[in-house]
Write a protein that binds this ligand. Structure first.
Ligand code: GLP
Length: 268
């Protein structure tokens, strides 16, 4: 894992945007894995900005989102489809027909829909760069603690902690789904690169468990320890419980030097 600690959340977003822009500029048909939640909103703002000012074009991008709620349709303002439209898709030149979310409409068989999503990712030749946030309980996507580390796209029942954490986004009388379709942990690990963003003190414990804790289904994000190219972008608050902050900084300085000498190499 490459852990990079920034002064604040804006710098985390700016660095994440550099990663995305580099992929889009480098690969003719880039495949992006996208995430929802409050954390990546500032990344999407930066990408919209790059589209408007630096002509960063999304016209060849194919995207796969991590997860989607069950029981609400795409037009519902709480759907992750709506979130993606509002924060990114409506503001860039992406072909919305090539933006996918793991949807399971009422009456559809979730197992078949999960398999079909996996197949669609395969047909696109896999995800090049998967953006991730992290839940305060260590979840990635909606892979809650105890999720199989070998899991694939399927339905998950959300934990009480996640429901409480996300209740801030729902009005008192609004339906808050308790089930979601989510890429599995193995699906996420298949991406060529994973870029996890975490900001704020309330993520510090989960970040510590992910980076320095045991590999465990109780902290689904710890599965990233098994990924060859996992990059973790943190602000100081999210990094505050890590013991080895100086080492990460030192290692990052060395990486910058190596990149300067030999060029940036990403094996997309
Ligand atoms: C949500 C999403 C995750 C996200 C996490 C943290 O429930 N399913 O993909 O990473 O919770 O969200 P936030 O960035 O708002 O803290």
């Amino acid at each position: 894992m490459q852990v990079i600690i920034f002064d604040d959340a804006q710098q985390v977003a700016a660095n994440a945007a550099e990663w995305v822009a580099e992929l889009i500029n480098k690969k003719p048909n880039p495949v992006l894995g996208l995430a929802t939640g409050s954390t990546p909103i500032s990344l999407y703002q930066q990408l919209v900005n790059k589209h408007q000012t630096d002509q960063l074009s999304f016209k060849n991008v194919i995207s796969f989102n991590l997860d989607e709620y069950l029981g609400i349709d795409a037009n519902n303002a709480q759907s992750y489809r709506h979130f993606m439209n509002v924060h990114l898709f409506d503001h860039v030149d992406i072909d919305k027909n090539k933006t996918y979310l793991p949807i399971c409409a009422q009456g559809e068989n979730p197992r078949e829909q999960g398999l079909a999503y996996e197949e669609k990712i395969k047909q696109a030749n896999g995800v090049d760069l998967q953006i991730l946030g992290i839940g305060a309980n260590g979840h990635i996507g909606f892979n809650e603690p105890t999720s199989s580390l070998a899991s694939r796209t399927r339905i998950k029942t959300l934990t009480q902690q996640t429901l409480t954490d996300n209740s801030r986004l729902f009005d008192d009388n609004e339906f808050q789904p308790t089930l979601a379709m989510t890429m599995g942990i193995a699906t996420i690990l298949d991406a060529r690169y994973v870029l996890l963003m975490a900001t704020g003190e309330n993520k510090a414990q989960a970040v510590k468990n992910m980076v320095a804790g045991p590999l465990s289904a109780m902290c689904p994000a710890s599965a990233l320890q098994m990924h060859e190219n996992a990059i973790v972008l943190l602000d100081k608050a999210a990094a505050s419980q890590l013991d080895d902050q100086e080492y990460y900084q030192w290692a990052n300085d060395q990486n910058i030097k190596i990149n300067q000498e030999f060029g940036l190499y990403h094996n997309y």
